[in-house]
Structures are given as structure tokens and as C-alpha cells.
Design a protein around this ligand. Structure first.
Ligand SMILES: *Cc1c(COP(=O)(O)O)cnc(C)c1O
Length: 423
């Protein structure tokens, strides 16, 4: 069920008409539905309920807004973080240290220290050199770091190349066949305690087959390592389950099927399972609300120029991502158009030759399914403002990050003294 639905001809987020938000905050603006996130978190928990007491560690990078994290913390979710900044956010949102997994291929000594000081469930290590660095940091602090090795199972995730992570040529994890040697090496490193293995093969997966292959390989490796005397207690299966973007395509596999597959494959593993969903929890809980600046005639189809751009939502230009676009108050009729932003790049295109609600200058439109990997990837190219974020809960709404534009950016920049000397 979508939490963005028309009511008397006007698109609402839960109980709030979107034009009211546009009027108060301006456009472009990201609008998030609290209850959409809650529903996803609860549905996932239910789908995984046969697996004992799994840790669902929300992948903070999908949407790190503190209001979003606080919402999910209240639902009992933990956090999967990939930087010191994300770790601090997760803690600020009240997520308990033992529910935080620290992932990422390039953790620095400072980040390791931060997380060891504050506490965490485990570091997912991605190489032996990283283990050596962490060992040094832990020793210097007189601590023992709980760790897992992220293995690269060499499976093709079947998603876009830029969001596939589990093939041998990707930078992530240690080659799964090298895991026994790495774990042996780890045993000799003081300050580390090996807890388990982890895998994450990519994002926006639309088939369970690559996940099944990866989990199967992980299970075989866990059994092998145990036979070598490593008492593994956790298995982190990562995130990656896809969500529907284009309603004309078959939907990705559902959470129930995913949960059933995991239950079947992990029976008898005798580990605590960890999951790292990001997009699945927040992707469909957001829209990017934008206003049409003007409609410009084009050689084939008109260009609908909106006030959102690639700096606000990078996914179409970065991943060729498809996002549904529609009018907030449809005026009747349809058009075929290219929907583009104002940035001076040919790649600043949200949709090409798209059939959509007929639009005119001043109309509000939404770019849907932009709760994940959207506001967090925003930049300020062309000296554009960072779009604000609004959180809706029922008929309540609040700005959870204000618009930040040239004034704020200029205040951060300085002209060196030799340039500012008068004369
Ligand atoms: C990005 C990421 C995730 C989340 O991926 P989704 O596709 O959003 O579920 C989980 N784990 C790791 C290690 C990641 O890098």
C-alpha cells in the first residue's frame, strides 16, 4: 500500500496534502512517510520471525536523516554504518551500540577508535591489512574488537554494475576461498575476536537466485571454518532486496519469499543472523516534490523543466534509474515528454519520452520512490541549494532538515587575505 495517495484529486502523504508542504517550505523538497517506514520495518520483522532473534541493522547510508534513524530506532532496528559519521548518527538516534555493525572497505584508524570507544556489535572487515590495523588500534586501547570477515562470494547480483558488489572484480570483501587463510591469520592478531562471516552482494536485487547462491556459499564456508576450530556465532547476510520502481515491470521478490528462502538455507547453522536492509525500509517512503518551471518545446517531445535536478536526485544519471513521475493535482490528459532539471549537464534528465500527466508551468509534480539513496547523495553543483527534508506522521509534519543555499555556503568559504587586501 502506498502512503502517497490522492484524496479529492490532490496527492497526499498520509494525511497531509502535498501542496501545503510546497507552499510552506518551497520546492524541491523531499517528503517522507513515517508510517511507510514503520510498515516496512514491521513487515520485514514478521517475514524473518522464524529465524530466532535476528539483528535487523538498517543500512544508514540509504537515508541517514536523524529523524528517519530515530523513527527506525523506535521500531527496534539496529544500524549498519560505513563511516564514523554514520556511527555517530546512529548513536545520536539512540541506537544501542550492540545493534551497530560497522561495514565498509576503507575504515580508518580514527573510525575504528570511535566505534571501539562507543561500542558495537561487530566490525565487518574486508581484508587482512584492515584486520592488522584494527588489531593495533584495539591493543592501543586495551580493548578486544568483535569482528567478522566480509567475504566476496563471486556471484553476479544481476543488478546495475554500479550497485553490484559481490563479483570477484569488485573491491568488496575477501575472496571467499581466501577466508580460511585470513581467519587463521586473524587468530594470531591480538585484540580481535572472530565472531562470524558477512556477505553483501549488491543492491536493488530483483531475483532471489544470486542471494541463494551467496548464502549457500557462506553456509559451506561457515561449516568449513568451524571444522578448523573457529567458533563462529554470527552470519550477516547483508541487504540488497529490491523494491518496485517501475509499475510496468514485475515486482521484485517479496519479503516473505526472502524470509522463507533464508530459513530454508540457514537451517542448522546455529548462528545469530544479521540483516542490513536499506532501500527496502525507506525507498518507497519518500517522494521528491518539485515544481514545473516551464515547458520548453523539443524536437521530438517537449521538455518539462522542473526545479529539482541531478544534484538533488542523482540516481537517474548515475544508475540509469527509473522513477515514476506524476502530477500532484492532475489537470487531466497526458503528454509524452522528457522531464529534466535546470543543471547545465546533458545528463540532468529524470525521464525520457515518458508518458505522464499533462503538466504546465507552476504545476507540482512528484518523483516517486526517492526515500533511499536520494537526499543523502545530493550535492550543490551549479550552486544549487540542498533540498530540505520533511517528515510526515499522520496529519503532522515537520521540516527535519532545512533548505541550505548560497548564503550558508558562502558563509563557509573564505577569500585569503592576499586577495582581500584593498587596493
Ligand atoms: C549499501 C549496503 C547495504 C544496504 O543495501 P540496500 O540495497 O539498500 O538494502 C547493506 N550492507 C552493506 C555492506 C552495504 O554497503
Amino acid at each position: 500500500m502506498s502512503y502517497f495517495r490522492p484524496h479529492e484529486g490532490v496527492l497526499h502523504c498520509e494525511g497531509v496534502p502535498l501542496p501545503a508542504i510546497a507552499k510552506a517550505v518551497g520546492t524541491p523538497v523531499f517528503v517522507y512517510s513515517t508510517n511507510a517506514m514503520r510498515a516496512q520495518a514491521n513487515a520485514l520483522r514478521a517475514a524473518l520471525s522464524s529465524l530466532g532473534d535476528p539483528l535487523i541493522a538498517y543500512a544508514v547510508k540509504a537515508n541517514p536523516n536523524i529523524a528517519v534513524l530515530t523513527t527506525l530506532a523506535a521500531e527496534g532496528l539496529g544500524a549498519d554504518v560505513v563511516s564514523g559519521g554514520e556511527y555517530s548518527r546512529a548513536r545520536a538516534a539512540g541506537i544501542a551500540p550492540d545493534k551497530i555493525v560497522f561495514s565498509g572497505v576503507g575504515k580508518t584508524a580514527d573510525e575504528m577508535r570511535l566505534a571501539l570507544e562507543g561500542g558495537l556489535c561487530q566490525f565487518n572487515l574486508e581484508s587482512v591489512p584492515e584486520a592488522e590495523m584494527l588489531s593495533g588500534v584495539a591493543l592501543s586501547m586495551g580493548r578486544t574488537a568483535p569482528v567478522a570477515f566480509r567475504v566476496n562470494p563471486d556471484v553476479d547480483a544481476g543488478s546495475h554494475a554500479k550497485i553490484s558488489t559481490g563479483a570477484a572484480h569488485n573491491k568488496f570483501g575477501i575472496p571467499i576461498d581466501d577466508a580460511p587463510a585470513a581467519c587463521t591469520k586473524l587468530r594470531d592478531l591480538p585484540g580481535l575476536e572472530l565472531r562470524g562471516l558477512a556477505v553483501h552482494i549488491g543492491s536493488q536485487l530483483t531475483s532471489l537466485a544470486p542471494l541463494e547462491a551467496a548464502i549457500t556459499r557462506l553456509g559451506a564456508m561457515i561449516a568449513h571454518l568451524r571444522s578448523q576450530g573457529h567458533p563462529l556465532r554470527t552470519a550477516d547476510l547483508g541487504g540488497g532486496l529490491g523494491i518496485p520502481y517501475d509499475p510496468s515491470l514485475p515486482p521484485p521478490p517479496g519479503m516473505e519469499d526472502y524470509g522463507a528462502m533464508v530459513a530454508r538455507l540457514t537451517r542448522g547453522w546455529n548462528v545469530r543472523l544479521i540483516f542490513e536492509p536499506g532501500r527496502l525500509i525507506v525507498g518507497d517512503a519518500g517522494v521528491l516534490l518539485t515544481e514545473v518551471i516551464r515547458v520548453k518545446p523539443g524536437p521530438v517531445a517537449p521538455f518539462v523543466i522542473v526545479d529539482a535536478a541531478m544534484n538533488d536526485l542523482l540516481r537517474p544519471s548515475l544508475y540509469d534509474a527509473w522513477h515514476e513521475i506524476g502530477a500532484v493535482v492532475p489537470r487531466g490528459g497526458e503528454m509524452i515528454a522528457d522531464v529534466v532539471g535546470p543543471v547545465c549537464e546533458s545528463g540532468d534528465v529524470f525521464a525520457t519520452a515518458r508518458r505522464l500527466d499533462r503538466a504546465e508551468a507552476g504545476d507540482l509534480m512528484v518523483i516517486r520512490t526517492t526515500g533511499a539513496y536520494a537526499a543523502t547523495m545530493a550535492g550543490t553543483y551549479n550552486s544549487r541549494a540542498l533540498a530540505p527534508e520533511v517528515l510526515v506522521d499522520g496529519s503532522d509534519w515537520a521540516v527535519v532538515r532545512p533548505r541550505r543555499g548560497s548564503e550558508a555556503f558562502l558563509a563557509d568559504e573564505t577569500v585569503p587575505v592576499w586577495l582581500s587586501r584593498a587596493g
